[in-house]
Design a protein around this ligand. Structure first.
Ligand SMILES: Nc1nc2c(ncn2[C@@H]2O[C@H](COP(=O)(O)O[C@H]3[C@@H](O)[C@H](n4cnc5c(=O)[nH]c(N)nc54)O[C@@H]3COP(=O)(O)O)[C@@H](O)[C@H]2O)c(=O)[nH]1
Length: 807
């Protein structure tokens, strides 16, 4: 015997027990004890587990041998061999239920006992091995969360299922399980089982839905194989059952993700250890790269031109710390075309994978960026000249000012306004005007440094922010350079034009430290430059602001004066050179100021001319002059003419002709009795509409050019426009006959008048010698203090009535 077999004898007859012990010992077994009752037997077993128990059925105590064997089966896995004298069916059947390993009827031989023990031990070891293997198999299935199922000819069996909480638990009720199979899959499942039943050796699998009692849907997969069976069935279909709900969900999610990946319009890249692994179609479309170009390359193929090495490393540090990074970069397609992309990098939390994986989403925002750039361009740049517009200029000025403050620098603002630009627009058209503005902006720009900003504020106004200048002299030089560069002629629409401009300059810190104020001051200074004769520059001076506020105050007073009827007209007569008789009178405005007394046009006209007030005052003068002429005519002075000074504003007012017609009609005046005086500069400014002049001429009104000789009249306009009279400016008369130049000018104007068939009047005559000179050179009419100062209407009546007095 190669096994050490320990035996417990349960026997109530002590002699029998001792005899049995002796026989067993002789056979080589180790008898660990003898017990006469069940309790004693359990006591001995608790001390030492026997390999086998030899059990008498009739024993002492409350339990008989069968009951003890049954309890032993429950508690310990120890084979029991009954040794008994009972052989009736009832006892046998009770004993069978305890699954004994042997049943020996007393008396038995040593050999029978030995064989019985050996066979039992062999069987027990076999059973133990099978149980172990079954346990192993069961645990393996449990660990894999699998169940087993079996179908025979008679029935289907299912052994394990998965409960809702995820634990495997035994189920053996196929019918119940079958009922829970979703209606949609029921037939599929029975077809599957039937197919396996019919096709021996076939292996199949099927996935189907099961509805739990709570109504939740689960997915199961049955794997099955049909085996050619030994008894008792002809065949055996056996397989495993797996709950696939979770796998299915994961698969669904994966399928969804794969569709999103492929169908996304955003480019998606997968990186492994920061290196390109794969990308979707959209990525290749957006960037035009091919997989081979970038496989296993770092993301720098997108970022390197925008992010330096350290920024790139910072980006990844951020991804490592926070799990993601996003931002906009400018990059290049494979064909080097620039594009803007929005990048979103996220780390993929992969379990048990040594590879560090990330996903990079790429949106092409080039169109958005370019549109934004265009909008910004439209918002901040002047579309005609491409120069910064007012908004951007002001922004840059604020910025430059801050810098100048920090670094104690001087900063200059140059406000540039083109001279007579309206004339270009009106005569050559807006296209020519636009070309001119473009040319001029280029010319000015070429004179400036990169650190300076040239902007267009609108119309013909430009501005220069001269930063980084060391002195006011530098600003002067800039202004001179601009004036200089514009003095060269430009060709616009085939015409040679010499542009010019007026420049006002304000300086930080001298004038202000506020951007708005600096621009305002430069503007004010520009007006100063303009009124000082144009084509020049002027620095701002505080008195200019005082002048401006004085202007505003005066403007208010003039409105009141008009309302309160404080204006009056004085009249200065003009005399015919042939008979020295009064031909007409010039109406000259005066302001009977309640406190300051009589004020002259110099206190009225410049202020009024800067607003539409001039039109209102001028219209009042016209109406009053017409009214007075009507009075004179009613007094018998029917040949008397009246001259009224017209301002540029008034003359360019479209309603003028209508007003004059109305006044002539109202006061019954012949049109030829009214003469309108416009200054030569009106013609030069081209503010006077030629059509307007012709309309007035048509109605019979005469037009005379005042202050002739001071402007630069174009000879062709004198010839072509409906002008009747030239008035030689007082400045040329003043020094006649002593000043040769004045004499030359006056005689030239007189000759010109003759040539063009225009009447010539000399104004400002104070001395008889002047009259002699002018008479000798064919002057048609005289006006001046020598003859009469401007006087009240009554004096004119007197003068005309007594005019035979002067000869
Ligand atoms: N648009 C309007 N302009 C007007 C109006 N009324 C006047 N004016 C213009 O104002 C300027 C100044 O006018 P005023 O101070 O009235 O001076 C006139 C004469 O007093 C002066 N004058 C005339 N003769 C002499 C002289 O011998 N010596 C001398 N020192 N001054 C003299 O000249 C002024 C008239 O000049 P002119 O108009 O050029 O004939 C003046 O330019 C007016 O045009 C008005 O209602 N609207």
């Amino acid at each position: 015997m190669d096994r050490h077999i320990k035996i417990l004898i349960v026997e109530d007859e002590q002699i029998v027990a001792l005899d049995l012990k002796r026989r067993l010992t002789k056979l080589g077994y180790d008898v660990i004890g003898t017990a006469a009752s069940g309790d004693k037997a359990f006591a001995l077993i608790s001390q030492e587990l026997p390999s086998v128990v030899l059990m008498d059925i009739h024993i002492q105590g409350e339990m008989d041998g069968v009951e003890v064997a049954a309890r032993l089966q429950e508690k310990h896995s120890i084979p029991v061999i009954y040794l008994t004298a009972y052989s009736e069916e009832k006892t046998l059947s009770r004993a069978r239920a305890t699954m004994p390993y042997g049943y020996l009827l007393k008396p038995f031989s040593d050999r029978e006992l030995h064989v019985m023990i050996q066979v039992s031990m062999e069987r027990f070891e076999n059973d133990t091995r099978i149980a172990k293997s079954e346990e192993h198999f069961r645990l393996a299935l449990e660990a894999a969360r699998l169940g087993t199922w079996e179908a025979t000819e008679e029935k289907n069996e299912i052994f394990l299922s998965k409960s809702q909480n995820g634990n495997l638990e035994p189920i053996s009720d196929w019918k119940k399980f079958d009922l829970s199979i979703d209606k949609r899959d029921k037939n599929k499942v029975s077809d599957f089982i039937q197919k396996l039943r019919l096709n021996k050796g076939a292996a199949e699998e099927i996935e189907f839905r099961v509805n739990s009692d709570s109504g939740k849907e689960y997915w199961y997969k049955l794997y099955g194989k049909s085996f050619i069976s030994t008894k008792p069935y002809k065949y055996q279909v056996i397989g495993v059952l797996q709950e696939t709900t979770e796998i299915r969900h994961v698969q669904n999610r994966l399928a969804q993700a794969a569709t999103v990946f492929e169908c996304a319009t955003e480019g998606i890249i997968l990186l492994k250890n920061r290196k390109f692994h794969c990308a979707n179609k959209a990525f290749y479309t957006i960037t035009e790269f091919e997989e081979n170009d970038i496989l296993d390359k770092e993301l720098t193929f997108l970022t390197e031109r925008f992010l330096g090495e350290s920024a790139y490393n910072r980006l990844w540090r951020y991804v490592e710390e926070s799990g993601h990074w996003q931002g906009e970069i400018k990059t290049y397609k494979k064909n080097k075309e620039a594009m803007y992309i929005w990048i979103n990098i996220g780390r993929i939390p992969v379990k048990n994978d040594d590879d560090d994986q990330s996903v990079v989403m790429i949106s092409d925002i080039t169109t958005v960026r370019k549109t934004q750039e265009q909008l910004a361009r439209i918002a901040f740049y002047d579309c005609l000249t491409n120069l910064p517009n007012r908004m951007l200029v002001m922004d840059r000025l604020k910025f430059a000012l801050e810098k100048a403050k920090r670094e104690s620098l001087i900063l200059g603002v140059l406000f540039i306004d083109l001279d007579n630009f309206k004339r270009i627009n009106d005569t050559l058209g807006h296209k020519a005007g636009d070309n001119m503005l473009r040319l001029i902006s280029q010319k000015i720009q070429s004179e400036l440094r990169k650190s300076d900003t040239l902007g267009r504020l609108g119309g013909d106004e430009f501005i220069v922010i001269a930063a980084d200048v060391d002195s006011k002299d530098a600003l002067t030089r800039i202004a001179e350079k601009i004036l200089d560069c514009l003095s060269a002629p430009v060709i616009v629409e085939g015409m040679e034009i010499i542009p010019s401009c007026s420049i006002g300059i304000s300086v930080y810190p001298e004038h202000s430290d506020h951007h708005d104020a600096l621009v305002q001051m430069a503007d004010t200074a520009m007006y100063q430059a303009k009124s000082s004769g144009r084509n020049m520059y002027a620095y701002y001076h505080p008195c200019l602001t005082q002048k401006a506020s004085h202007f505003l105050m005066r403007e208010r007073e003039l409105y009141q004066a008009l309302e309160r009827n404080e204006f009056i007209l004085h009249y200065q007569p003009q005399f015919s050179s042939s008979d020295r008789k009064v031909t007409s009178v010039e109406a000259l405005i005066r302001w009977q100021h309640p406190e300051k007394g009589l004020l002259f046009p110099s206190e009225i006209i410049p202020v009024a001319e800067s607003s539409k007030l001039m039109v209102e005052i001028g219209n009042w003068v016209l109406a009053e002059a017409c009214r007075q002429l009507n009075v004179w005519r009613s007094e018998g002075l029917s040949d008397l003419g009246i001259a009224v000074n017209m301002s540029i504003r008034q003359f360019s007012d479209a309603r003028l002709t209508k007003l004059i017609d109305q006044l002539l009609h109202q006061y019954g005046l012949p049109a030829h009795s009214l003469e309108l005086e416009i200054t030569e500069s009106c013609l030069q400014d081209d503010l006077v509409d030629n059509a307007h002049l012709r309309e007035l001429e048509k109605s019979g009104i005469s037009i005379s050019i005042d202050d002739f000789g001071t402007g630069y009249s174009c000879m062709s306009s004198l010839k072509n426009l409906p002008i009747h009279k030239l008035k030689i400016d007082r400045s040329f008369i003043k020094d006649i006959p002593h000043d040769k130049n004045d004499c030359a000018i006056a005689s030239a104007i007189l000759a010109l008048g003759k040539e063009l068939n225009l009447k010539v009047v000399a104004e400002g005559i104070e001395f008889p010698e002047q009259v002699d000179f002018l008479d000798a050179h064919g002057c048609d009419e005289f006006q001046g203090f020598l003859f009469s100062k401007p006087v009240l209407p009554g004096k004119i009546t007197e003068l005309i009535k007594s005019q035979a007095n002067y000869h």
